[in-house]
Design a protein around this ligand. Structure first.
Ligand code: NDP
Length: 481
């Protein structure tokens, strides 16, 4: 079968492909999904120029035109969620239900921001000078560079692109090179949504070239990025060179606290979901399980028995609960952290092996470590794989202190029947999102998302808070005759 080649989308046209990279299915490395163009520096420059030219008209466009485009994109994503969810799961490796759910969620982001288009309200203020009127309004920012990771190939792009367009900005989108199919499919839908040419552009290819050029360009007014801390830091430095606005969502080392009074079933269900679903490849994953002494042994026993029943297999196979790791590089990183953990004295009590399946894929069974301390590297650095560590604590105060003792602060969870403890944890957790009796992963699309410390930098994403990043404020003074 001839494998298809997919182009970049610049200035309203699908551009000729000079170089392309194979997109490989991590559940079956003999399955090539297609060949996706890798942009060169000239392509990036053209995409930025196209966005710059389109920005003027789009920033002045009617609200109904913007809303119609966003609604059309959102509706089509939702209508095609099964087909596009399968494509997503095929290229990223999350089980089909998660892939379908992600595409539907991406559609909801467009629908939500389609509605936000009509909610762009300003403020008026009294002036300190009698007879003068003051207005505070928001305006589009300009050209937005969007750089996304591989773990949510459709949703992360959607939650950045939708508000960028809703508030009248032009976009250059650089998805992760190993998952271009979902980004291309989203672009194909956007290309038919009625946006003026150049308002939205896709440049695929490696971050070290395409992402670097995009985020260094003085013609890009703002960069929104999700990915690793190291790359985020570099992007911030690039952006500050030319005073561009920057928003970074990065890694984390989220803690799920389990107190003695917790419902054991809820605790285990939340821990399994938060630590291992999505193969643990979520910035919101609960990689640290901070468990109070009295429930520790029962919790560990139940975790082990539940984990033994988890089905690790091809992402598209019915019944699969945990798909493969995304690629060999990530699998090597997981294995290297397992060695680091063992060398540090952590005790592996379940999983961590590489099972063979009908197809050649990067399969790894979820791993659970006990007897770990919060100072170990496996509890301080983001692994981004199906690996979780139990940290035993003597009481709630120690649990809170361990939970907060991290360079990161994206999400934190607590499982307890105590309203007082839950309320105290919500108030004192040093994280951007707090979950009570819920997994640390899994958020809504209409409220802000983001973290503290090294997890996030810049204004929050999603919900009404997105406008803080995607608009610029103007204060106008006028004196009627
Ligand atoms: P990266 O931070 O390397 O990549 C994220 C995005 O940035 C990708 O589109 C990447 O492109 C791009 N990029 C890479 N280098 C540059 C650069 N110099 N300038 C501009 N853009 C660049 O994350 P990875 O995907 O490589 O994953 C590595 C680790 O990052 C993971 O193991 C995990 O710890 C963390 N991570 C965290 C995520 C989160 O949601 N918090 C999401 C993904 C990763 P390309 O990949 O095409 O080269």
């Amino acid at each position: 079968m001839t494998e298809q080649t997919f182009s970049n989308y610049i200035g309203g046209s699908w551009t000729p492909v000079e170089n392309a990279t194979a997109n490989i299915n991590p559940s079956d490395t003999s399955d090539v999904i297609g060949h996706y163009a890798t942009a060169n520096l000239e392509d990036v420059a053209q995409a930025i120029e196209a966005a710059r030219s389109a920005f003027g008209a789009w920033s002045q466009s009617g609200l109904e035109q913007r809303k119609a485009a966003l609604d059309k994109i959102g509706d089509e994503l939702i209508a095609r969620k099964d087909e596009l969810g399968e494509l997503l799961s095929r290229e990223e490796g999350k089980p089909l239900a998660e892939g379908v759910g992600e595409v539907a969620r991406a559609g909801q982001f467009f629908q939500y921001f389609g509605a936000e288009v009509l909610r762009q309200m300003g403020e008026t203020a009294a002036s300190v000078r009698p007879g003068v009127d003051v207005e505070v309004s928001r305006e589009p920012l300009g050209v937005i560079g969007i750089v996304t990771p591989w773990n949510f190939p459709t949703a992360v792009g959607a939650w950045k692109i939708a508000p960028a367009l809703a508030f009248g900005n032009a976009v250059v989108f650089k998805p992760a090179e190993i998952v271009p199919a979902s980004a291309w499919a989203l672009t194909e839908i956007i290309s038919r949504s009625g946006l003026p040419d150049g308002t939205f552009n896709l440049v695929m290819g490696p971050g070290s070239r395409v992402g670097d050029a995009l985020t260094r360009s003085p013609d890009v007014d703002a960069v929104s990025f999700t990915g690793s801390v190291a790359v985020g830091r570099q992007i911030a430095l690039n952006a500050v060179e030319h005073m561009a606005r920057v928003q970074l969502e990065m890694g984390s080392k989220n803690a799920l606290v389990v107190l003695n009074d917790a419902d054991l079933d809820v605790a285990v269900q939340c821990a399994i979901n938060g630590a291992y679903f999505g193969t643990g490849q979520k910035c919101t994953a609960s990689s640290r399980l901070v468990v109070e002494d009295g429930i520790h042994d029962a919790f560990v026993d139940k975790m082990i028995s539940t984990m033994r029943g988890l089905v690790v297999d091809h992402a598209l196979k019915p019944g699969t609960q945990i798909g493969p790791v995304v690629d060999q590089r990530q699998l090597d990183q997981n294995l290297s952290y397992m060695k680091i953990g063992s060398d540090e004295g952590a005790e592996l009590v379940q999983g961590g092996d590489l099972p063979t399946r009908d197809t050649d894929g990067y399969f790894m069974t979820p791993a659970l470590y006990i007897n770990t301390s919060n100072t170990m590297r496996i509890n301080r650095e983001e692994v981004f794989g199906p690996l979780a560590c139990v940290i035993r604590v003597s009481d709630y105060d120690e649990a809170l202190s361990v939970s907060n003792d991290s360079d990161f602060g994206l999400t934190a969870g607590i499982i307890t029947n105590s309203l007082a403890r839950a309320a105290h944890f919500k108030r004192h957790s040093q994280s951007g999102c707090v979950m009570v009796n819920l997994p640390t992963a899994g958020t809504d699309y209409h409220v802000p998302f983001g973290g503290r410390k090294a997890s996030s930098y810049g204004p929050r994403e999603q919900g009404q808070y997105a406008k803080e990043f995607y608009t610029v404020i103007k204060t106008s003074y006028s004196q009627p005759y």
